[in-house]
Design a protein around this ligand. Structure first.
Ligand code: HEM
Length: 141
């Protein structure tokens, strides 16, 4: 996930946050999310590539149903790529199901290798994404 800010909101009425910060109507607010993804309080050894990181969280959870990829619980240590609260993405369950189906098909049927070094250069709104110039070589198994 390359998102830098999440939870973009427009303040509609005078609001005071729990830390005393006052927000006036018309103010745009966002939550900076990227530092949380590299915070060991949420993710042990955050800078180590661990392909089973979320699988392990789910496996060792007392309540596996509370540790879903589609979680929007902003107090948990879950991935929050779908936002949170009342305006969290309503398409997330559909999106997760389609993504899983597509990834399963790719893993079962293809060997994939990046062609050269990947660069993260493309910016779309508040997100940083892999460059569209990057190439992946697919070999049918
Ligand atoms: C990987 C795919 C997707 C990602 C990463 C994604 C991500 C997001 C995020 C981050 C938000 C803002 C949530 C917030 O501010 O708290 C959002 C909102 C929204 N998404 Fe998605 N989304 C995806 C797929 C979809 C799909 C498939 C649909 C519809 C079929 C959808 C419909 C919406 C709608 C309608 C909103 C606005 C919700 C509101 O403002 O109340 N999204 N999405």
């Amino acid at each position: 996930m390359w998102c830098e800010v999440l939870l973009n909101r427009l303040v509609l009425k005078p609001t005071t946050l729990s830390d005393g910060t006052r927000l006036t109507p018309g103010t745009h607010i966002s939550a900076v999310y990227s530092p949380r993804e590299s915070d060991p309080r949420y993710y042990p050894s955050p800078l180590t590539f661990d392909p089973l990181r979320f699988h392990a969280i789910r496996t060792h959870s007392q309540d596996p149903s509370s540790t879903r990829f589609s979680s929007t619980d902003i107090d948990s240590n879950e991935y929050l790529g779908f936002g949170g609260g009342r305006h969290a993405c309503p398409g997330r369950f559909f999106a997760v199901a389609i993504i899983k189906a597509a990834v399963v098909q790719l893993l079962l049927k293809y060997d994939m290798q990046p062609k050269g070094e990947a660069e993260i250069t493309y910016r779309f709104e508040e997100q940083r994404l892999p460059s569209f110039r990057d190439q992946v070589v697919f070999r049918k198994l």
